[in-house]
Design a protein around this ligand. Structure first.
Ligand SMILES: [Zn+2]
Length: 143
């Protein structure tokens, strides 16, 4: 399960709408509890480093940007707990490409942005053997 504040979801949605028709991306910064529950404390947006021609269907977080995000998280005594990205005019489900490039442990939040409007949002967790993603429950709190 991943806990998010309503404002975090709004931030992800706004980023997806702003970058439409391209994919947006960023890091989820927060905490891991011993039982595996995650709590998001901050949405850390990153600009999609993919070339223009690929940005509608792919996102790229460079290692440098990822490290900056990790350093930022650590400065707040938090961890990178996941990655979010948008699917412009597509389902909020991981693609084969997403599966091939994901890591276990992290939560993968995908938001569907249709005709410029953020719609469905789901969180996904990878099976330990990397064979597939399973839906992860999202718990939304007011603040
Ligand atoms: Zn994707």
């Amino acid at each position: 399960m991943i806990n998010l504040k309503r404002e975090h979801l709004a931030t992800i949605g706004a980023h997806g709408e702003r970058d439409y028709p391209y994919e947006c991306c960023g890091l989820l910064i927060g905490t891991f509890a011993d039982d595996g529950t995650k709590t998001v404390e901050e949405i850390y947006s990153i600009s999609n480093a993919r070339a223009e021609a690929d940005k509608r269907h792919r996102f790229l977080i460079t290692p440098q940007e990822f490290m900056r995000g990790e350093r930022h998280a650590r400065s707040r005594q938090l961890d990178v707990i996941g990655i979010y990205h948008s699917h412009p005019d597509d389902k909020a489900e991981p693609s084969q490409f997403d599966l091939d490039h994901a890591l276990p442990v992290y939560s993968y939040i995908i938001i569907s942005v249709r005709e410029g409007r953020a719609t469905d949002v789901f969180s996904w967790l990878m099976e330990d053997d990397r064979s597939r993603f399973n839906a992860e429950e999202i718990m939304t709190t007011e603040n």
